[in-house]
Design a protein around this ligand. Structure first.
Ligand code: HOZ
Length: 422
């Protein structure tokens, strides 16, 4: 496979951009080699600058549930483009998007639009602290909620991939506001509440983890979080940046029947443009400025192009509910027969092939995966035209643009890897 142009661009990028990338997970550090510089995408395909084409299971790390360049989204963005790119003043479509989000997730009684998942979780946590008057937050090891200072404790995604246990640059006093517990351990949460119950503002959780690879909740986990937070006067924050509109139209909260106090969304909600949101109970969101004393703001919040893309995506999903059955079928076909030595985790169209024989239920069980073997697998798949996330500790995503043939090609390529003589 010719990668000359990517190689040249990567060398040049490193002279101008830290590590040559604008987000660490893009740098292929977990797998080695040269990241592919992308020229364009169409449907389920990515094309790099050397003209190599790949079936894309990254989907911009989750947003592209309709694939690359879906006509309804492209048309919607084109239609608003000529009216102006930013006003810093309210527009009617922002209301429409907030209403649309609420129709998918009724727990989001009031919704504030922001620009990124990080902003959404940062703001939700501030609101939880402001509302409860408490400082501590429980998060789970291997979950990643963006690069919010106090949430970068035992975080997944790029932190897990790069082996950065606790980032520098976060004051100790910020990190001390976070209690990091093993995912899926109800006992650990009970114990934390028993010790610090009256100081805990919130529990923030990826209701299906995507950021240590895909790790589903065990039965009863979310119910326990709901009950314990309610009992102790803390708020339950579902970080649905990845799962929102993905694992079901109404996200994980619909799938598991949980009513969180606050929710963060992003990715699909922005239709591939920079948009995210936080929202939840009206009595809590009513404490946010300008109605209340908790401050949060943004020049580009509710950006017209991003709002148009998000709205078009959500409306398309709403008018084509059959997409979810198709995603389920394609994902089931992709993950049906994992090779020996591989554990597959999947919820809807989120999946991870873990290179371990043990069930993966938390960071302790995820991190024992054979990352050297994953690395060989990743490059094999790339050579065979399949673009997976360049880390063992990330989820893969299927879009409505993936065909049965795409899945078959991917399965065949994967099995060919495992069929090689040792
Ligand atoms: N949540 C995504 C990765 N797990 C974000 C992508 C990024 O960090 O660039």
């Amino acid at each position: 496979m010719n990668t000359q142009k990517s190689e040249a661009l990567f060398a040049r990028a490193q002279q101008a951009i830290p590590g040559g990338v604008n987000s660490p997970v893009r740098a292929f550090r977990g797998v080695g080699g040269v990241p592919r510089f992308i020229a364009r995408g169409h449907g389920a395909r990515l094309v790099d600058v050397d003209g190599n084409e790949y079936i894309d299971y990254v989907g911009s790390w989750g947003p592209l549930i309709l694939g690359h360049c879906p006509a309804p989204v492209m048309d919607a963005v084109r239609a608003v483009l000529e009216s102006g790119t930013s006003f810093g003043a309210p527009t009617e479509r922002e209301i429409e998007l907030a209403e649309e989000i609420r129709s998918f997730m009724p727990s989001m009684e009031l919704v504030r639009l922001v620009n990124s998942g990080t902003e959404a979780t940062m703001s939700a946590l501030r609101v939880a602290r402001g509302f409860t008057g408490r400082d501590l937050a429980i998060k789970f090891e291997g979950c990643y909620h963006g690069h919010v200072d106090s949430l970068l404790v035992k975080a997944g995604s790029g932190m897990a991939t790069l082996g950065i246990a606790d980032t520098q640059g976060v004051p100790q006093s910020f990190a001390e506001t976070t209690i990091a517990l093993p995912y899926n351990s109800i006992a650990a949460v009970e114990q934390a509440f028993a010790s610090h119950g009256d100081r805990i503002a919130a529990v923030i959780v990826e209701p299906v983890v995507g950021n240590m690879g895909c790790v589903p909740p065990v039965p009863g986990f979310h119910e326990a979080l709901r009950a314990l937070t309610q009992k102790h006067g803390a708020l339950l924050i579902f970080d649905e940046v990845m799962t929102g509109f993905r694992v079901s139209p109404g996200g994980a909260q619909q799938l598991y029947g949980i009513h969180p106090d606050l929710t963060t969304i992003g990715k699909i909600g922005g239709g591939g443009l920079p948009l995210a949101a936080y929202g939840g109970r009206a009595d809590i969101l009513s404490k946010v400025a300008p109605v209340g004393p908790i401050y949060q703001a943004g020049t580009l919040s509710g950006n017209p192009l991003a709002v148009a893309a998000g709205l078009a995506t959500l409306r398309y999903l709403k008018s084509h509910p059959e997409i979810y059955a198709q995603l389920e079928a394609r994902a089931a076909a992709l993950t049906a027969h994992p090779p020996a030595g591989v554990t597959v985790n999947r919820v809807g169209s989120m999946f991870t092939f873990f290179f371990t024989t043990q069930p993966v239920t938390d960071w302790e069980t995820a991190k024992i995966a054979d990352t050297a073997r994953f690395k060989a697998f990743f490059h094999w798949m790339l050579e065979h035209g399949v673009y997976l996330a360049p880390s063992q500790f990330e989820a893969g995503f299927i879009s409505a643009a993936h065909t049965a043939d795409d899945i078959q090609h991917t399965v065949q390529a994967a099995h060919a890897f495992f069929d090689q003589p040792a």
